[in-house]
Design a protein around this ligand. Structure first.
Ligand SMILES: Cc1cc2nc3c(=O)[nH]c(=O)nc-3n(C[C@H](O)[C@H](O)[C@H](O)COP(=O)(O)OP(=O)(O)OC[C@H]3O[C@@H](n4cnc5c(N)ncnc54)[C@H](O)[C@@H]3O)c2cc1C
Length: 414
C-alpha cells in the first residue's frame, strides 16, 4: 500500500533535511515534523559561539515559508511522549495520531553528572536555545566560570567567556582537553591557545560535588580541592535520545542501529542523524557521528530513501569549531593508532594529517589553512597512500597529490 503519511520526530539538522528531501523525492503525501522545542528550527552550532551576541543565537535552518510552501506540517512545542507498535504517536499533551512511516531524528541530550548539587541553580548544560539564553545572561553577570569537560563546546565557551573578561577554569578528566577527539598532538596546540588567553586547566580530574545552598558557589574536585564558581557549565558528552525506539522494542545499544539507508529492524521505522549508529564509508568503526554537516547529509539521504530513492550518505565527515578569532576545520575521523604528520605546527596556524598503517590519508585538521584542508579531504576521498616525508614538506603541493599527479607519492586505492 502506498505511503500516505510520514511523521518525523525531531526538527533539527537531520529532521529538517529529511522533510525537504522527501519533497525533492516527489513524495506527495502528508509530512508532519514534530519538535519539543517551540522555536522555528534553528542551527545548533551558533549556540556555543554567538553567546556574546544574543540576536545571532537563533539562526533558522529555513524560513517559515519554506515549510508552508512545501506543505510540511511543522508541529513545534510538541514533545512526543511515546510511540506504539501500531505506529501511534502520543504527544506530551495526550494528543494522538497514526502514521504509515515514522522517522526518528531525535538527536542527543547533554549527559548529566550524577553528583551532589547537580540541581543547583546556575549549573547549566548547553543543548538548545533556552540553555543558550540562560548561559548568555550568566556570562553577563560575570565569573568565575567553571567548565566541566574540555570538548569542543567547553573550549568554545571558554573562548567566549575569556573574550568577555571572565575568570575561566576548565576541569578535564583526560591529560589534555580535546585529546579523545583530535589526539594528543593537536590537543597540546589547543591547550597552548587557551593558556595564552588566560584559561586555567585542571586536568586528570573530575567533580565530586557542586557546592552551594540554592545557587552554585563552587565545585569540589575528586582530590578535595575547591574552585569558586558563579556559573558551572557541564559539557561531558551526550546520550542518544532513544526512548521512543526502545518503546517499540529496539534495543539501541549506544544509539538506534540503522542500515545504509536509515532503516531500523522495523519496516515502518527509520532513523537519521546523531541518534543513529551506522556504518560510514570514511569512518573505520560503526558508531555515531556527532557533526552538524554529517547529520544534515544523513537526514537528506534518509529522506530521499524514505521517498523511494535509495540513497546513502557518503561524504567525508566534517567538523569545525570557532575559538577566539580562529576557525578549526577537520575532515575524516582520527584513530588513536594513526600516524600524525605535521605540515605546519604553530598554535594559531597548524595543518596536520593522520595516516593509517598503510600511509593512507584518513583525516586532516587545521587552523588557518582552509584550502590545504580541503585538498586533504580530496586525498581522503581518493583513499590516497602518501609518502609521509613528502606530505610533511610544506613545499609539496597537496593539490597535486590530491589530483594524483605525483604518482610516486600518491596512489589512489582500488
Ligand atoms: C552548542 C552546540 C554547538 C555545536 N557546534 C557544532 C559545530 O561547531 N560543528 C559541528 O559540526 N557540530 C556542532 N554541534 C553538533 C551538531 O549541532 C549536531 O551534530 C547536530 O545538531 C545533530 O543534529 P540532529 O538533527 O541529529 O539532532 P539534534 O540537533 O540533537 O536535534 C534533535 C531534535 O529532536 C528533538 N526531540 C528529541 N526528542 C524529542 C521528542 N520526544 N519529541 C519531540 N522532539 C524531540 C529535540 O528537541 C531536537 O530539536 C554542536 C552542538 C551543540 C549543542
Amino acid at each position: 500500500m502506498a505511503v500516505q503519511n510520514i511523521a518525523i520526530i525531531g526538527a533539527s539538522a537531520a529532521g529538517v533535511a529529511a522533510a525537504l528531501a522527501l519533497r525533492k523525492a516527489d513524495f506527495r503525501g502528508t509530512i508532519t515534523l514534530y519538535d519539543r522545542d517551540p522555536n522555528l528550527p534553528y542551527e545548533r552550532p551558533p549556540l556555543s559561539k554567538a553567546l556574546a551576541d544574543r540576536p545571532g543565537l537563533l539562526k533558522p535552518i529555513a524560513a517559515a515559508e519554506v515549510y508552508s510552501d512545501l506543505e510540511i506540517d511543522l508541529c513545534l512545542g510538541a514533545g512526543v511522549r511515546s510511540l506504539s507498535t501500531e505506529r501511534v504517536i502520543t504527544l506530551d499533551d495526550g494528543q494522538q495520531s497514526r502514521h504509515d512511516q515514522v522517522l526518528l531524528t531525535t538527536g542527543v541530550s547533554a549527559r548529566r553528572l550524577d553528583v551532589p548539587g547537580r540541581d543547583l541553580a546556575n549549573v547549566v548544560h548547553l543543548r538548545n536555545s533556552a540553555d543558550a539564553s540562560r548561559l548568555s545572561s550568566r556570562l553577563e553577570a560575570g565569573g568565575p566560570l567553571v567548565i566541566v569537560g574540555g570538548g569542543f563546546i567547553g573550549l568554545e565557551l571558554a573562548a567566549v567567556a575569556r573574550s568577555l573578561g571572565l575568570d575561566v577554569t576548565v576541569v578535564e578528566l583526560a591529560p589534555l582537553p580535546l585529546q579523545g577527539v583530535v589526539g594528543p598532538a593537536v590537543a597540546r596546540l589547543f591547550t597552548s591557545l587557551h593558556l595564552d588567553a588566560g584559561v586555567k586547566f585542571v586536568t586528570e580530574s573530575s567533580v565530586s560535588a557542586f557546592l552551594g545552598s540554592e545557587e552554585v558557589e563552587g565545585v569540589e574536585l575528586i582530590d578535595g580541592r575547591r574552585l569558586p564558581a558563579a556559573t558551572v557549565v557541564v559539557g561531558v558528552g551526550v546520550v542518544p535520545n532513544t526512548h521512543l525506539a526502545r518503546g517499540v522494542g529496539l534495543e539501541c545499544p549506544g544509539g538506534i542501529s540503522v542500515d545504509p539507508f536509515g532503516r531500523t529492524s522495523l519496516p515502518w521505522l527509520w532513523a537519521a542523524g546523531d541518534v543513529t549508529v551506522r556504518d560510514q564509508r570514511f569512518v573505520r568503526r560503526r558508531g555515531r557521528i556527532e557533526h552538524w554537516d554529517s547529520s544534515q547529509r544523513h537526514g537528506d539521504a534518509v529522506g530521499r530513501s524514505l521517498g523511494g530513492i535509495p540513497t546513502e550518505e557518503t561524504a567525508v565527515p566534517y567538523v569545525w569549531s570557532d575559538q577566539y578569532n580562529l576557525t578549526y576545520q577537520g575532515f575524516g575521523r582520527i584513530e588513536p593508532s594513526d600516524r600524525v604528520v605535521f605540515r605546519r605546527s604553530d598554535v594559531a596556524s597548524f595543518l596536520v594529517f593522520f595516516l593509517d598503517e598503510t600511509s593512507r590519508v584518513r583525516a586532516v585538521t587545521g587552523i588557518g589553512h582552509p584550502r590545504e584542508v580541503r585538498a586533504g579531504k580530496t586525498l581522503i576521498e581518493k583513499g590516497s597512500i602518501v609518502d609521509p616525508a613528502a606530505l610533511a614538506d610544506p613545499c609539496t603541493d597537496i593539490k597535486r597529490l590530491a589530483k594524483g599527479t605525483s604518482p610516486s607519492m600518491a596512489s589512489p586505492v582500488r
